[in-house]
Design a protein around this ligand. Structure first.
Ligand code: NAD
Length: 350
């Protein structure tokens, strides 16, 4: 069977396409939430979903999230996402990725794809054999490769804006900053914090990463389950989602939260709980946009200056968001979402 595309009805989304190629073993969903601000862009995730409904729920939630992230980063891009249904370790083959590339190509540039959970730069190179709309590639004139250093740089800049707002100075000397998760982004962020003179506290489930941060960066190491007993000024969640929940937020000693992890709040209401405790939360999708900024440079065929200007942009928007949150008594999340809704309304009305 060659590639078969089926349009699925999804209210409030521009397109949801089921792409199937049984020869290549492909079953994937490509979702375009909005192209109001430009072609949709967002990564491709490979996951062994328990059901198609679960895959649809994930891809639509993620695609909508990309509309908001891309808008806030001022990338001239809309929001989209794709998921390949299957076990990345067992089912992923070059042919499957090529078939996925053909599916992306068939959308004729209304969706750009890149790596996400379960998909590597090498996998994306197979997709790129079949489509012009795959980015996050290691090679080529504009290949952006690993986005993590850009994500870490964006988080660092926003964290400094947050520190200036909360503590009256962006000088991090001696500030206790706890980095949860020392992976691609967390370790790079920890290095920047160390250079800025922060008192680094780190945790991870990977002992080698902890050892490295302790010897190379002089970080204080704590056990993963000690995070919320720890005294700190700033909390930087850089591991998995859901770190801020009804069990953890009441114990959190930080006055500022700024980290790379996606979906840090277990529920949207946590933003209000944090605010009521006097803790300033910088919305994850705003501060961790460095990765998509890097990919956007590849899409628009722009260089380092473009990316740096966009990082400055997100730091500027964080500042505006903090001022408005104070003035209007709303959470930073509410303000960030309202800023994007305004941009979308303007673009849709034009
Ligand atoms: P990664 O997989 O390289 O690192 C995650 C780290 O968290 C690992 O070292 C892992 O051992 C650690 N970890 C897992 N569970 C933990 C726990 N319970 N306690 C402490 N540490 C734990 O991932 P990454 O690329 O560094 O991304 C980190 C987060 O940032 C993820 O949520 C990711 O979705 C998000 N993010 C990453 C990028 C990027 O450019 N890589 C962009 C935007 C958002």
């Amino acid at each position: 069977m060659s590639l078969k595309l089926t349009e699925l009805e999804q209210p409030d989304f521009e397109r949801l396409v089921l792409a199937e190629d049984s020869d290549a073993g492909l079953r994937a969903l490509i979702c375009v939430h909005s192209t109001a601000l430009g072609p949709a862009a967002g990564g491709c995730r490979m996951w062994d979903y328990a059901s198609d409904d679960e895959a649809v729920a994930d891809v639509t939630r993620l695609a909508r999230g990309m509309t908001y992230k891309n808008a806030m980063a001022d990338l001239g891009l809309g929001g989209g996402k794709s998921v390949i249904i299957g076990d990345a370790r067992r089912d992923k083959t070059p042919d499957l990725m090529r078939a996925f590339g053909r599916a992306v190509e068939s959308l004729q540039g209304s969706y750009y794809t890149a790596e996400d959970v379960g998909i590597s730069t090498e996998d994306m190179a197979f997709a790129a054999e079949e489509t012009r709309y795959a980015v996050g590639l290691a090679g080529g004139d504009h290949g952006s490769g690993d986005p993590s250093p850009w994500t870490a740089e964006g988080v660092f800049r926003c964290l400094k804006v947050g520190a200036a707002h909360v503590f009256g100075s962006d000088d991090l000397t001696g500030r206790k900053v706890l980095v949860q998760g020392l992976g691609h982004v967390g370790m790079s962020l920890a290095e920047k914090l160390k250079d800025a003179g922060a008192h680094l506290i780190v945790t991870d489930i990977n002992d080698a990463a902890l050892e490295d941060a302790s010897t190379r960066l002089g970080a204080e190491v704590i056990a993963p389950d000690q995070v919320f007993q720890q005294e700190m000024d700033i909390f930087a969640p850089c591991a998995l989602g859901g770190a801020l929940n009804a069990g953890t937020v009441p114990q959190l000693t930080a006055r500022l939260v700024c980290g790379a992890a996606n979906n840090q709040l277990s529920t949207p209401e946590m933003a209000r709980v944090l605010q009521d405790r006097g803790i300033t939360y910088l919305p994850d999708y705003v501060v961790n946009a460095g990765g998509i900024i890097s990919a956007a440079g590849e899409i628009h065929r722009r260089g380092e200056n473009y990316r740096r200007a966009r990082l400055d942009g997100i730091a500027g928007r964080v500042q505006e968001m903090l001022q408005r949150a104070d003035a209007e008594g709303r959470t930073t999340n509410e303000i960030a979402n309202a800023m994007v809704d305004q941009m979308l309304d303007k673009a849709n009305a034009a």
